[in-house]
Each structure stands twice: as C-alpha cells, then as structure tokens.
Design a protein around this ligand. Structure first.
Ligand code: FEO
Length: 400
C-alpha cells in the first residue's frame, strides 16, 4: 500500500524520492525529497491536488488507483504549475476523461506552455472562489510569488486542511508521511531551513503577506507539496512561526560589506585585504569580513552575499576568465533582490586580465550597481597598488 490515509476521504498518493541529491539543477538535497499529491473525495466529486514529476508516473498512477479509478477524478488542482508538480499531468489526463484542471489565471497560461496543448480542460479560479465536492468545500486563495507568480493555496473547510503548495515544505524524505513520525528531527530542521532559504528567501514580504492571508483559518494540518504533512500540536505551529521569524526584515545596526575572492598565488588575496582595510577606514562600524571562497561552504557564502548591503568580489584571470568558484558564487546571487546592490570588482592577472571586465559584465546583468571600472593589478601588487586598492575600498564605502 503506497497511498496513505490522512483523514476520512483524504489520502496522500504522492511519491517518495529518498535518493535525490540535486533538485532543480542547483539545489542540494541531502535528504531526498517527496512529490506530494493528495486525493480528496466528497460525496459527489473527487479532486486530486497536485500531480508529480513525470519520471514517476507509473508508481504515481498505481498509488492513485489504490484509492480511486482515474475516471472518477473530476478536478485536478495545481496550486502552481512547476513541472515537479505538473510533469505527470499530460499522461494522467489521458486516463481522466472527466477531469477539469483548476489553476490560477497565471497558471492557466503557464500550463499551456508546459504541456504544449491547447485542448486542456482548464478553468482558472479566482482568489476566494470555492468549489463543492459534495459536503466538502474547497476554497482557493491566491498566494503570488510563493514561490511562483501563479501560486495559490487550497483550503478544505471540512477537514480544516490547508494545501499550501511549496510553502512550509522541505526536501526531506522519510518513509512515513506525518511530522509525528520523523525519525531524524535535526536533519529535518536542516532541510526545512535550506528549503526556505533557497525557495522562499527571495520572497520574504510575500511570505508574510501569505501568512496574513491564512492567519484566521482554524488549520488542523498543512499538506505541503514536499516533505511531511504538518499537524497541529506537532510541528505545524512551529514551522509557521519559523517562517514568520525568517521572513522578518533584518534589523541591521551596521552595514554588511563582505569581500569575496579567490587567489592563485596570494596576489588577489592581498588586494582583497587592502580593499577591506579601506572599507573599514571609511565605515569603522561596518561588518566587512574577507572570505577566500575556497575556504567556506557555498551555502554560507551565498547567504552572506545575499544579506549584504554591498560587496566586493575578486578573481585572478586564468584561461582569459574569472575562476570557477567565483562564477559559482555569482550563480547563487538572489537576482530578484539584488537590484542596485553596490559591487566592487578586482583581481590580479598576468597577461590579459579578463576576469575583472567579465565579472563586471555579469554583475551588471544581475542589476548590481558596479562601482567604477573595477581594479586590476598585473602579477604581484606593489605597495603603491595596495595603497590604491585601499583608497578604492574607502571610496566605495563612502559612496554607500
Ligand atoms: Fe515544488 Fe515550486 O515546485
């Protein structure tokens, strides 16, 4: 039996993927993930909430069939249309001749492009709109940018169950469905926070707005799209409070201006230290840590960069470019919240020095406000070069 009963007529029919280690190409998932999907029966109608990744279609279908024939499904509700939840839809639909797909207005547009089909029976539901399954009302609440523009919540008034899309989820897989069965709570907490940082960190004001929207609901459980079902009296209240706390605007007393660098022979490292000295001279209260990118976890550096008020980044030029760890760091820039964040670029080089202009171009593309032309030194920085680097750091800090 792979389908799991949650309440009378509410079943989990999703997929466990304990072996997944990288989600969406870039996100490490040390504890696997689950693709949650829920089958819900009213007296007259049956609804399926979310589908799953297309790779797991056969197992998913088998889970559904433990509870209902696919011909009995009247509604397929997609709280958002990302392919980890919509991937199995097209194949499933061929077995669900009666199913109407319910999505938000934005979701209807995405779904046509995801399936490349014009013949889908799609109905978009408005914020606050309800459907009746027979003795069971489902209400839809739009939840934009949690974490896609088309995201919405589905609220089951009878069971007091919130289907929260990706919100409150986690890439975490244990054999059992519920939060009160978690065997490794420490690992779950790591997964919960990592998931929040990667998926919801860029959307903190929207998280708070979404929580305001559900604040008055007498929620008994939250059925997320990944990870365990959260129950009142177990982890539900705690996770909601964690989301609220993590989403508060940071009350910073001092500016954070980290300096990131890689250095092949110590030369770019010397420039990094000189720039940091200049920053501290102009803004003694500022927090200005200097990070050799190879000495720290990328997740930590990513958090430092994305929480900064401004930053400096330096790379030597190797093979006519900046080095891979620095590109890796910039690939984790939260582009949504990076607009106009001041950045200073620097680096030592031997022959041609493309690292600085290439990083400048990349940061400009990320909408950073890049300070000046950047700072390049040929081979080993002289005392005069280091004075210039320090003055540049000072000028950068004074411009903030
Ligand atoms: Fe789990 Fe945004 O998809």
């Amino acid at each position: 039996m792979a389908a799991i009963k949650i309440t009378e007529n509410l079943y989990s029919v999703g997929i466990l993927n304990p072996n997944m280690r990288i989600f969406d190409v870039v996100m490490r998932t040390e504890y696997g993930t689950t693709y949650n999907s829920y089958l819900l029966r009213g007296e007259q109608k049956t609804a399926l909430i979310e589908t799953c990744h297309k790779t797991y279609f056969e197992q998913y279908l088998s889970n559904i069939r433990e509870i209902a024939d696919t011909e009995q499904i009247d509604y397929i509700i997609l709280n958002h249309c990302e392919p980890d939840h919509s991937g199995a839809l097209a194949e499933l639909l061929s077995l669900c001749p009666n199913a109407e797909i319910l999505v938000s207005r934005a979701g209807a547009i995405y779904l046509k492009n995801i399936t490349n089909r014009e013949d889908l029976k799609i109905r978009f539901v408005k914020d606050g709109e309800s459907i009746d399954l027979g003795g069971r009302q489902l209400r839809f609440n739009s939840a934009p940018f949690l974490h896609w523009p088309d995201s919405m919540f589905t609220w089951d008034e009878q069971d007091k169950t919130l289907f929260s899309c990706d919100m409150f989820g986690s890439h975490y897989c244990e054999p059992h469905t519920f939060d009160y069965n978690i065997v490794y709570p420490g690992q779950y907490q790591q997964a919960l926070k990592g998931y929040y940082d990667a998926i919801f960190g860029p959307f903190k004001p929207y998280v708070l707005a979404g929580m305001e929207k559900i604040a008055d609901l007498p929620i008994e459980r939250i059925c997320t799209s990944h990870g365990p079902v959260l129950s009142r009296g177990c982890l539900m209240e705690q996770v909601m409070e964690q989301y609220r706390a993590w989403s508060q605007p940071a009350a910073k007393e001092q500016k954070s201006i980290p300096v990131f660098y890689c250095s092949a022979y110590g030369n770019t490292g010397k420039i990094a230290q000189a720039i940091a000295q200049g920053i501290k001279e102009a803004l003694p209260e500022a927090d200005c840590p200097v990070y050799d990118v190879n000495d720290h976890e990328m997740g930590f550096l990513q958090g430092e960069l994305n929480a900064s008020d401004a930053f400096a980044v330096g790379s030597p030029t190797i093979n006519q470019d900046a080095v891979a760890p620095i590109w890796n760091l910039l690939s984790h820039v939260d582009a949504i919240n990076n607009k106009k964040r001041p950045a200073l670029v620097f680096g030592s080089y031997g022959w041609s020095g493309e690292a600085v202009p290439n990083l400048t171009a990349r940061l400009t593309g990320l909408k950073s406000s890049v300070f000046g032309e950047g700072f390049k030194v040929t081979f080993v920085p002289s005392d005069e070069d280091l004075c210039k680097a320090k003055e540049l750091g000072k000028a950068f800090a004074e411009s903030l």
